[in-house]
Ligand binder design. Structure first.
Ligand code: ZN
Length: 171
């Protein structure tokens, strides 16, 4: 059994050679769609690797570039989904700061209330963060999207780093 459908790489190289970005009758994706999809994938990989650098290697130099990429990803989503509103790059910067440093202050990121007058924690969830240990952020659709996006990029960054490690071990 062979798969007759062109691979994403084949479609991508076809798309790059096609000056007329009209619908390809053989696939459901137009060359323009393939270009958009591969552009998005490249951005996703870049964002994931930058996030990894900032979070795990403390590369503050990558932060500005990361905000740029996250902002343009959000901006692209805003073009398609009218519920996402606001300044994409400002929201990207806010949410990255929240992601990196957004610990709930009242409970110090522990998730439980302290027992007054002692260093011990009670078994009552922190009223401010409801035990999530995270600070609040503005609950606009765009902020919530970026929260979920940062979560999926973190998962992706882990996968990308593992792939790189596997590749370097083959050498
Ligand atoms: Zn709290």
């Amino acid at each position: 059994m062979t798969d007759e459908r062109p691979s994403i790489q084949e479609r991508y190289s076809t798309a790059r050679q096609t000056s007329d970005l009209s619908l390809d009758p053989l696939t459901s994706m137009s060359p323009a769609d393939v270009l958009t999809a591969s552009g998005w994938a490249a951005q996703e990989n870049e964002a994931a690797m930058l996030l990894w650098g900032v979070v795990y290697q403390g590369k503050t130099s990558d932060k500005l570039r990361l905000v740029e990429v996250l902002g343009s990803q959000l901006n692209a989503k805003m073009g398609k989904d009218r519920r996402l509103k606001g300044d994409a790059w400002k929201i990207a910067a806010e949410m990255l700061a929240w992601f990196l440093h957004g610990t709930c202050r009242p409970c110090g990121g522990l998730g439980y209330e302290r027992t007054p007058g002692t260093p011990a924690l009670s078994n009552r969830l922190c009223k401010v963060c409801q035990g999530t240990k995270r600070a609040h952020y503005p609950r606009s659709a765009a902020h919530i999207w970026m929260d979920a996006h940062l979560g999926s990029l973190t998962a992706k960054a882990g996968g990308e780093v593992m792939k790189k490690l596997a590749r370097s071990m083959e050498l």
